[in-house]
Design a protein. Sequence first.
Length: 430
Amino acid sequence: MTRILNQSLNRRSILKATATAALFTAVKSAFPGGAFAQGAGPETTKATLGFVALTDSSPLIVAKEKGFFDKHGMTEVNVVKQASWGTTRDNLVLGSAGNGIDGAHILTPMPYLISAGKVTQNNQPLPMSILARLNLDAQAISVGSAYADLKVGLDSGVLKEAFAKKKADGAPAKVAMTFPGGTHDLWIRYWLAAGGIDPDTDVETIVVPPPQMVANMKVGTMDCFCVGEPWNAQLVNQGIGYTAVNTAEIWDKHPEKSFAMRSDWVEANPNAAKALTMAIMEAQQWCDEMGNKEELAAIIGKRAWFNVPAKDIVGRLKGEYDYGNGKVVVQSPHLMKFWADHASYPYQSHDTWFLTEDMRWGKYAAGTDIKALVSKVNREDIWRAAAKDLGITDVPASTSRGIETFFDGKTFDPANPEAYLQSLSIKRFA
């Protein structure tokens, strides 16, 4: 009798599971952009989010510290420091069920590289979803004091002879960034290539976690690096080197970090995903208020977050740039933007540029269907739903910001990335 009952229960469970799967498939098909129940609360109050100690992680930290997550029903959100971008990737693969994380403050290209299995163990794809951009501008390329006489700035070409000599002497210049194919990798590659320096053959490109950049420069293990703040400012404050260029001088109002989640988490918790996005959007608005900059620097400088003196953070937050080479800009237009200029909106055209540049440097095969990748990973529909619920009316009319222009005169038309690629003299494919 027990055996018959167990068989009946097993059969019932299988039928129920099959029906549930069919229903999920039908709902996903009917609502490919995600279903949001009007007025419904989040499906879960829990989420574990990672951050790397960079100023552009501020919206996640502020959303936690100022109660924005709580306000939107996400009362059990943990914001957890990650040692590096590699750690962030590994913990996303684990997910919170495996003592990892559900989402993160992340380099914008990373969700694509992870989704495509380009940077994961055994090249196993993990679908990711970008829900919001976290900021525009204000990364920097810094060089060591040894190059002070060259007065390195927008033109990296002034380093060409010095770097060629180092290579000829058997000790190639070391150029550091934070993750292969990430934003800092792409900024420094663009800058070097524009000056006629091939980042793959003329120098040695190395990976260094953001919080370790200054220490490595101090002991002479690198010649220049690209990273976000506050590490460039700290380098200047310690007298070890100087800022050659603010990345906004390379591309004005350029996209930088994103807020991304595992796609399976988003699919299982669409309202919670929207609630997290709403909280982060409100935090972005708070972070962008000039009157909040001192408090913001004090918050993120805490031991629990960055463990960095507020003086190393606050100046550039306000747009006060001492480049460390005699150049001082009191009100820089290139300060970090968390909300202004539609900083929070995840333009698909921006993601298209990152994918195109990663194709340029061999991270994706030539001919990769960029449009298909962007349509899978970029969830601007969630951002728009969150904006609607927050009563935000200043919403971009298009998913594209149009043709972008760079400091060297190159232009990028997101509708024609192939033409952009062909215009570049240094690249990894014909």
